[in-house]
Design a protein around this ligand. Structure first.
Ligand code: ADE
Length: 226
């Protein structure tokens, strides 16, 4: 998979991709993440990528020209399965969407800023708009990192234990069961006996029951969506 992220603040995306699982996924050649500085596609000598909104009002709008110049340059190299725009009014991101995106080959992600991007970009070039939640971030960069992380960890070979992405919360419409590690007792706080019993089948049943109970308590809507 290849993910091209287009931003006017490229440094914001340095650290999420240079540590831990996402770093290793790139080193193993399972994903290529390329960050593009939108300002290098600007038409003017001040490298501006935003301008005042037609009709007035506070806040700047990201201009169509640098964005489309960047899209065109990238599309000359390869075709893209989705051209994604990160925006608080996009479709709500979910595990299902992460699963779907993980099956694609090439993704482009545009990060919005200021008052947003010229609507003509959304109408004519963007194929998918994603929000990570009903709150407004300063820009789309952190949201793009969230989406990329959720997608990349699903790619075959990225997680060392092949099954661990499958047992994540939400994968089967349930949140994950509680987990414990050593010591078996800490200041009188005990690990449930069943987990120490060595009885694999019973442990599996217990974990499933706990998942169902937790889902009902913490995410009751997940059961109803199924
Ligand atoms: N840009 C600003 N806020 C955002 C959000 N909640 N989701 C995606 N992109 C955003």
């Amino acid at each position: 998979m290849r993910i091209d992220i287009i931003t006017c603040l490229p440094r914001l995306l340095d650290s999420p991709f240079s540590d831990s699982i996402l770093k290793r996924a790139q080193e193993k050649g399972l994903v290529e993440v390329v960050i593009h500085d939108l300002r290098t596609y600007s038409m003017d000598k001040h490298r501006r990528i935003d301008d005042y909104a037609f009709g007035g009002g506070a806040g700047m709008v990201m201009m169509i020209e640098p964005i489309v110049r960047c899209f065109d340059a990238l599309k000359l190299e390869r075709s893209y399965d989705e051209i994604i725009y990160m925006s608080p009014d996009g479709e709500q991101f979910s595990q299902n969407m992460a699963n779907e995106l993980s099956l694609k080959g090439n993704l482009m992600i545009l990060c919005g800023h200021y008052k947003g991007i010229d609507e003509r970009v959304r109408e004519n070039y963007i194929t998918k708009e994603i929000s990570i939640g009903d709150y407004v971030l300063s820009g789309g960069e952190l949201a793009a990192a969230v989406v990329s992380d959720a997608v990349i960890r699903l790619l075959p070979g990225v997680l060392s234990d092949e099954t661990s992405a499958l047992t994540d919360s939400f994968q089967d419409g349930l949140v994950a069961p509680p987990v414990y590690t050593r010591p078996a007792e800490f200041n009188g706080l005990k690990v449930p006996d069943i987990l120490l019993s060595g009885h694999e089948k019973k442990i599996e049943e217990w974990r499933f029951e706990q998942s169902v109970k937790r889902t009902e308590e913490k995410r009751p809507h997940l059961n109803k969506e199924k």
